[in-house]
Design a protein around this ligand. Structure first.
Ligand SMILES: NC(=O)c1ccc[n+]([C@@H]2O[C@H](COP(=O)([O-])OP(=O)(O)OC[C@H]3O[C@@H](n4cnc5c(N)ncnc54)[C@H](OP(=O)(O)O)[C@@H]3O)[C@@H](O)[C@H]2O)c1
Length: 295
């Protein structure tokens, strides 16, 4: 066990933040939360460019999860909020962190969409970035912390895959049709899905907090991506339901537009090379076990 640390978390009320706060406290760390609402220990309003300056004072690390949800139809205004909520908030944190006598570490959520929308071969952290709106968001989101890296801070960017949880995210949305027996593959079903159980993702954040060797971009995914066909069959098996109703790509596009193309229809086989090299141990490396424990 590493020395107890004082950690500031943004987006602590969210799907990942809630169990992460509990896990960090259970490991003996002190957690401070920074929120737009009254529920946090400290307040900020990234859209207005304001933050309670004392939030960052004396912290060993910042974990930055906050950001407008991606899972909505992307109008021009929504796209602006998705981008600005991440970039403007990062700038506020960087500004506050650089005023400290000891610059804190910085661990931020990012997305595997950094690698684009459609990759023929598997990608790892050494792969180049790809095309698409979300790829641009992740580049700017990670890039906004550059000044901290230059100032000597240990910066970690967790390029996160599809998080498996019944409480939110992609799986929660898929559960109802699958439980009703009207689930099925999406599009042609051959697109690769890079997933991670919420339990393992929380442990990856704890690992990043406690291990100084963790730095730079880290793919936060399970060791083996699967095709949407395999994901669909495995979910049906775990739920004991048929999966014979495919959702054609055209239907996805008309329902969700660009968001659908860049998420459920995207083809990204992402390998967690850095986590393997660092010796991280997944508790749920197999999809069937991870799905059983998530639903
Ligand atoms: N879940 C996934 O599958 C997944 C995959 C890849 C990457 N990620 C990234 O990981 C991070 C955390 O994910 P999550 O699933 O825990 O997200 P979440 O449940 O949507 O929670 C995000 C938190 O961000 C804050 N927030 C929401 N809208 C905001 C806005 N417009 N401006 C500033 N703050 C805002 C909220 O906290 P307050 O109300 O307290 O301010 C909220 O609790 C996100 O940045 C997400 O993009 C998630």
């Amino acid at each position: 066990m590493s020395q107890p640390k004082t950690i500031l978390i943004t987006g602590a009320s969210g799907l990942i933040g809630s169990p992460l706060c509990l896990a960090l406290k259970a490991r003996g760390h002190t957690v401070r939360t920074l929120s737009r609402g009254d529920g946090g220990d400290f307040q900020w309003d990234p859209a207005a460019g304001t933050m309670d300056a004392s939030a960052v004072e004396g912290v060993d690390a910042i974990i930055h999860l906050a950001g407008e949800s991606v899972a909505q139809r992307w109008t021009a205004a929504v796209k602006e909020r998705i981008l600005n909520s991440r970039v403007a908030s990062t700038r506020l944190l960087v500004e506050g962190a650089l005023k400290q006598s000891k610059v804190p570490g910085y661990i931020a959520a990012s997305g595997i969409s950094y690698y684009g929308i459609d990759r023929e071969r598997s990608v790892d952290e050494s792969s180049e970035t790809g095309r698409g709106f979300l790829a641009e968001v992740t580049r700017q989101w990670e890039g906004a912390a550059q000044q901290l890296e230059t100032a000597g801070s240990r910066c970690v960017y967790l390029r996160t895959g599809i998080v498996l949880s019944a409480k939110g995210g992609a799986l929660a949305k898929m559960l109802l049709p699958f439980k009703m027996g009207v689930g099925g593959r999406i599009g042609h079903g051959q697109q690769k899905m890079s997933w991670i159980s919420l339990d393992d993702l929380v442990q990856i954040y704890v690992f990043a907090v406690e291990n100084e060797a963790v730095r730079g971009p880290i793919n936060a995914v399970a060791p083996e991506p699967v095709s949407n066909n395999i994901f669909t069959k495995t979910l049906g098996k775990v739920l004991h339901r048929p999966t014979i109703f495919p959702m054609p790509a055209l239907v996805v596009e008309s329902l969700f537009g660009e968001m659908g193309r860049e998420t459920v229809l995207s083809n990204l086989g992402v390998k967690p090379k850095r986590l393997v090299d660092l010796g991280f141990q997944w508790q749920q490396p197999q999809l069937e076990t991870a799905l059983s424990k998530s639903i």
